[in-house]
Design a protein around this ligand. Sequence first.
Ligand SMILES: Cc1cc2nc3c(=O)[nH]c(=O)nc-3n(C[C@H](O)[C@H](O)[C@H](O)COP(=O)(O)OP(=O)(O)OC[C@H]3O[C@@H](n4cnc5c(N)ncnc54)[C@H](O)[C@@H]3O)c2cc1C
Length: 288
Amino acid sequence: MKPPRFEYHRPSTRDEVTSLLAEHGDEAKILAGGQSLVPMLNFRLAHPGHLIDINHLEGESTEPEMNDRWVTFDPLVRHVGAERSAIVEEELPLLFEALRYVAHPAIRTRGTIVGSVAHSDPAAEIPAVLTALGGEMVARSARGQRTLHSDDCFVGPLVNGLEQDEWMEVVRFPRRGPGDGFAFEEFSRRSGDYALCGVAAVARPTPGGMSVSLAYLGVGVTPQSVEVSARPMAEYQHPSFLGELEHLVAAELKPYSDIHATGAYKLFLAVRLGTKAARRAVAMGVPG
Ligand SMILES: Cc1cc2nc3c(=O)[nH]c(=O)nc-3n(C[C@H](O)[C@H](O)[C@H](O)COP(=O)(O)OP(=O)(O)OC[C@H]3O[C@@H](n4cnc5c(N)ncnc54)[C@H](O)[C@@H]3O)c2cc1C
């Protein structure tokens, strides 16, 4: 299968990308690592009239950067650049752990962190990590820049919160706070496959205990959040916690059945994986 016809653009500056989108936004697509877009073109699931290849932008950083609050990823930071980054290992242990579940090393060599967020696949790991941590993306168009919180980044399956003339300039994750703990768990049939269900957990200290934010992948049309209210650390390890999470998960998640698993089986996984992730995250944290 060959892709449909498109006009190819190869901008060398961010301003050129913005101008091209101002002109062709309603029928243009950005090409970053191409690990999702190129298969979609070849299967003719996408047929943009204009392809804007950002791989030749000049002076772009290929590694994550850090300021006093955020770890930031510019549009050409590949998964492999994040995986090998000491900043990510130290400041974003949740992303560091999740990255090894993203596809295979060859795909991670080309795929970008920003592309994974822009692609907005509800079965992908990085959108769930962004949601659990409460990260942000910066959208740019000829009208200027705006910031979207993770809650507004993911609108539906493969639909992000960008307008047609906008592109994603930066994705940023908050640096770890004192006492925070993290864990990522997922279940897939084979290593490197998309997971049937997965979960990113962030434990935060509260007076006398910890609260946990869970963000699930593979069980909804976008990453799905479940909040576990503050409690003493010992309660997470108690056998009754699994039953409590079962109630929370049943109230919040309505997993769909697909060719790989029934909704009921995904719910079963969500409870088991969520319990394991919450316990590991709490054990890594330091209570307030
Ligand atoms: C066999 C296989 C297995 C995979 N398994 C997994 C997996 O287990 N987990 C997982 O998370 N992913 C998986 N992927 C997808 C892979 O991680 C992709 O790399 C990633 O989803 C998209 O990143 P990319 O840079 O390649 O984006 P591209 O493919 O270039 O683009 C993807 C989409 O994002 C848009 N886009 C990209 N960058 C921008 C930008 N800066 N601004 C606005 N829009 C932008 C594009 O227009 C396109 O719509 C798999 C891919 C393959 C081929």
